[in-house]
Write a protein that binds this ligand. Structure first.
Ligand code: LLP
Length: 438
């Protein structure tokens, strides 16, 4: 997919750049992002809306991959940005993204985070709960500011995906519950407060979703309530945000739909319901993360030690692991991989790819078909672009990898490799207390 090829030297090439050279120059583990593919995905979402001729915003859910360079790429493609913390907000601002195009999510934004958002006059705050609503009301009043908000609803739709990444079901930490009337109460409070500018409502049903049924159901739920709110409050939203969650293909058997299929369905359903209710057509917002960056990222590792257990399994170890890709350990996520330096060689056996952390669970791929590998071969694991670097950690004090963007035969470093000095830069010495002499 994208601009992945095998070149004349039998090396994996991404964006016209030889990955073996990348590994030599920047060392491993290394994240390589195919910029052309990221642009293709961003445009696919936008084009689908353009075709439908409706007002829209595509917000990049930056939790999937948050760095200065990525914010600049998303912003320059005309996307708005969804952030979920002061840290993401800071990084987006640092990247030069105008605050007016940023949306702020999260179920426990701190007072400082909210103040930062208000200081910057952020595009909108997606309000998650009553505590937050109250806090924003108070801050906005103190400052004489009007705050644009979306209210996050819990649509009570279960997306068919991993339990830890579904978010739309009733028993969820996120959002205002619809069934119990919490959402209605929140709408009432927001409409009455002159410091709150209620742009509309938000729903998100989960992640890595391969069908449109969940979105159709969520939209139905939202409109059931909008119908009531129209009667009770004479309220019509200017914006409906249906979240993200569009799936990607990690391995055979994953069957994502094209971005346009999700968008068309969401738009069609919204048109259908607004027509039925004789409402003005709202702006439609979505927040894809994974589907923008997931398959554009590839991680390069150098193979080190191997262990063969006769008649049981062949292990090979790489120079990274759960520090740069927590998803296999956390969600039993599956990936595919290949030898980047011998991309034409036929598989001869299966090898299980172990990370280097001191933990049995640090396995990246089980039983991967590969040619007979040796130390110093370069293993490329594909589709690591989402929730890889963004969930990276320093377990075992392993420095985080570097990141390069590749495009049109050129590579540029967008995140430096962490150094050992970086690892200790926040540490302070232990102050030995004076021991009383006996
Ligand atoms: N909007 C909201 C409100 C979300 O909670 C999320 C993801 C998104 C948008 C973006 O979803 P996406 O398009 O990326 O699926 N760490 C997990 C995924 C957690 C997703 C959390 N929320 C993983 O590695 O699979």
């Amino acid at each position: 997919h994208g601009t992945m090829e095998i070149n004349a030297s039998g090396h994996l090439e991404i964006g016209g750049v030889d990955t073996v050279e990348l590994a030599n120059v920047y060392r491993t583990p290394l994240f390589v992002y195919d910029v052309a593919l990221i642009k293709e995905r961003m445009n696919a979402f936008k084009d689908a809306f353009e075709k439908k001729q409706v007002a829209y915003q595509v917000a990049y859910a930056s939790k999937a991959f948050s760095t200065v360079g990525m914010y600049q790429l998303a912003h320059s493609a005309g996307l708005s940005i969804d952030v979920v913390s002061g840290g993401e907000l800071f990084t987006a601002l640092k990247a030069g993204v105008p605050a007016s195009t940023i949306h702020f999510h999260g179920n426990n934004k701190s007072i400082d985070e909210l103040k930062m958002a208000l200081d910057e006059q952020i595009g909108c705050i997606v309000v998650d709960n009553f505590y937050e609503l109250k806090t924003i009301q108070a801050l906005a009043e103190q400052r004489g500011q009007t705050v644009p908000v979306l209210l996050r609803l819990t649509p009570n739709v279960e997306a068919h995906t991993h339990e830890y990444i579904t978010t739309g079901q009733e028993d969820s930490k996120f959002g205002f519950d619809l069934a119990s009337g919490q959402a209605t109460k929140a709408i009432g409070i927001s409409l009455e407060d002159e410091h709150i500018h209620l742009l509309g409502v938000h729903s998100h049903i989960g992640s890595q979703i391969f069908e449109t049924d969940g979105f159709v159901l969520a939209i139905e739920k939202v409109f059931e309530n909008l119908a009531r709110w129209k009667q009770t409050f004479n309220y019509e939203p200017a914006v409906l945000n249906f979240g993200g969650g569009f799936g990607i293909r990690y391995v055979d058997g994953d069957t994502p739909l094209h971005p346009s299929v999700y968008v068309e369905k969401i738009v069609d359903e919204t048109i259908k319901h607004t027509t039925l209710l004789e409402m003005d057509m709202p702006e439609i917002w979505i927040e894809p993360g994974r589907s923008i960056v997931g398959d554009a990222g590839t991680t390069l590792y150098t193979i080190g030690s191997q262990k063969d257990i006769p008649n049981v399994r062949r292990y090979l170890s790489v120079d990274g692991g759960m520090g740069d890709n927590l998803r296999p350990a956390l969600y039993e996520a599956k990936y595919e991989g290949m030898l980047a330096n011998r991309a034409n060689d036929k598989p001869e056996d299966t090898f299980s790819v172990a990370g280097k952390c001191c933990e049995s669970g640090d396995m990246l791929i089980w039983d991967l078909p590969l040619p007979d590998v040796t130390a110093n071969d370069i293993l490329a694991i594909s589709c690591t672009g989402a929730y890889g670097y963004s969930m990276a950690n320093n377990y075992n004090r392993i420095p985080r990898p570097a990141i390069v963007f590749v495009e049109d035969g050129e590579a540029q470093l967008v995140v430096k490799r962490e150094t050992y000095e970086d690892l200790v830069k926040l540490d302070l010495p232990y102050q030995q207390k004076a021991v009383a002499p006996f």
